[in-house]
Ligand binder design. Structure first.
Ligand code: UD1
Length: 429
């Protein structure tokens, strides 16, 4: 068990390089199961979620060769579905992508109900609906999902815009017989990335990035080489951290268009954001202005950057209103942790009302999930005194070298082992 110890108050200065997109990587690794041959994946983020998925593939019999820490060759020629490591599958939400890729590869699938971040009910009914439309029988019992059937192209109209369901149906449909259409599809950048990966391996997918995706089934996918896009949410996190701490940071290896909604919101708060072909420069001098933020599917403001901006809005002038419109469950658990640092936030259903301009003070707080954990780190960087963040394993699921990258910008943050854990009374020292 490890914690982050953060001494708040430093402005951030310098340059930072964004890693490959987590949410693309966690779909592309299970997608490799569909590939007949060796696929080489570059710009793989070095995070625990991708490690877990590579272990699952290995447990199925895949040959995995790490060429560099961010470059891997996967050969799934000899995989068998019977040997999957279900304890690992249970840990990670993205293991639901094995439903689509196993059905496509074997005509049957067995995975566990997805784990991952717990911020309320996260049903997978739209994934099931898609698989059934393609001709599979899906049975959920005893914490497992069983799928069976020879897949045939079909039209699926999603009842809810779902990133996971859109990708899963794409995976299942790319080697199904005939043509499939996904309507009301999600449009996130990583959906386009997964489609481009599959097309590079011989699939025929059109329209990814719009709400209608058309897939012509092909008999098999072949090997190839693919580079994952930069992580939109990792970049957003550093942009928001710079806005909160003040300073000037050049965030490199990004696709600025994917960050439009973040840049627009930060500008509204009084931060300068300059865009270059593959980088953004964020310059912030206090005070920030309070704003309204409403999460929406892409190209709206991403739910995965909601906790981080809420943390910074505690420091902005005036009252801010944050509305969580993607998840119906509670994605505000971290608010209790922010309150320990002195934040004044009231949650009413899907809305958080943030009374800004009240300085935060260091405290012992928990990372409730991946993005909530990033928010607590940002709060700690903005706070007076020392903050200890517990349960950092959540953060390491999705941020490559979070501590190292922040330190390179001048943040005073370090990873400490639990024996260093302070008494609660020391926490505001
Ligand atoms: C993915 C991302 C997650 C991000 C989310 C929204 C991965 C591994 N995770 O999660 O980081 O927060 O997109 O951008 O890529 N829903 C249903 N039925 C379904 C599926 C989803 O009702 O079958 C609901 C969900 O409960 C949620 C909404 O639809 O309220 C959006 O979920 P979805 O886009 O599917 O999110 P995930 O794929 O789980």
């Amino acid at each position: 068990m490890e914690q982050y110890r953060i001494q708040g108050g430093n402005r951030l200065h310098g340059e930072i390089e964004i890693s490959g997109a987590k949410n693309a990587a966690v779909a592309i690794i299970p997608a490799a199961l569909l590939v007949n041959g060796v696929c080489r994946i570059e710009n793989l983020p070095e995070i625990s979620d991708t490690e877990t998925l590579l272990h699952i593939l290995r447990s199925l019999g895949a040959e995995i060769r790490m060429l560099t820490p961010s470059s891997v060759e996967i050969d799934c020629t000899r995989v068998t579905w019977q040997n999957a490591d279900y304890d690992l599958m249970r840990k990670i939400r993205a293991s639901y992508y094995f439903i689509g890729s196993m059905l496509g590869r074997f005509g049957h699938a067995q995975t566990t109900m997805p784990g991952g971040c717990n911020f309320g009910v996260r049903p997978i009914d739209q994934h099931e609906k898609g698989m059934r439309a393609l001709g599979a029988s899906i049975d959920v019992r005893n914490g497992f999902i069983f799928g069976e059937g020879r897949l045939r192209g079909a039209e699926v109209h999603l009842d809810k815009v779902s990133v996971g369901a859109t990708i899963n149906i794409m995976l299942a449909a790319c080697t199904a017989e005939g043509k499939s259409i996904i309507r009301n599809a999600a449009r996130e950048p990583h959906i386009v990335d997964v489609a481009t990966f599959l097309n590079t391996m011989g699939a025929d997918i059109r329209g990814a990035g719009t709400d209608t995706i058309k897939i012509n089934g092909v008999p098999a996918l072949h090997g190839g080489s693919y580079t994952i896009i930069p992580d939109q949410i990792e970049a957003a996190t550093y942009m928001i951290a710079t806005a909160g701490c003040g300073g000037e940071v050049l965030i490199k290896n990004v696709i600025p268009k994917h960050l439009d909604c973040i840049s627009a919101k930060l500008r509204e708060m009084g931060t300068v954001v300059e865009e270059y072909p593959d980088s953004v420069l964020v310059r912030s001098s206090h005070p920030l202005r309070g704003v309204s933020v409403k999460t929406q599917p892409y190209p709206g403001y991403p739910t995965d950057a909601q906790p981080q901006i809420t943390a910074v809005l505690t420091q902005a002038r005036g009252t801010s209103i944050v509305t969580e419109d993607v998840y119906e469950g509670n994605r505000y658990k971290y608010v209790n942790e922010l309150r320990k640092m002195g934040a004044q936030i009231r949650v009413e259903g899907k809305t958080a009302i943030v009374e800004g301009g009240i300085p935060l003070t260091g405290a012992l707080v928990a990372a409730c999930d991946l993005r909530a954990g990033a928010a607590m780190v940002i709060a700690g960087l903005c706070a007076r005194g020392t903050t200890w963040v517990e349960d950092v394993h959540f953060i390491e699921r999705g941020y490559q070298d979070f501590v190292g990258k922040l330190r390179s910008l001048g943040a005073d943050i370090q990873l400490v082992e639990l024996p260093d854990r302070p008494l609660a009374g020391d926490a505001t020292a």
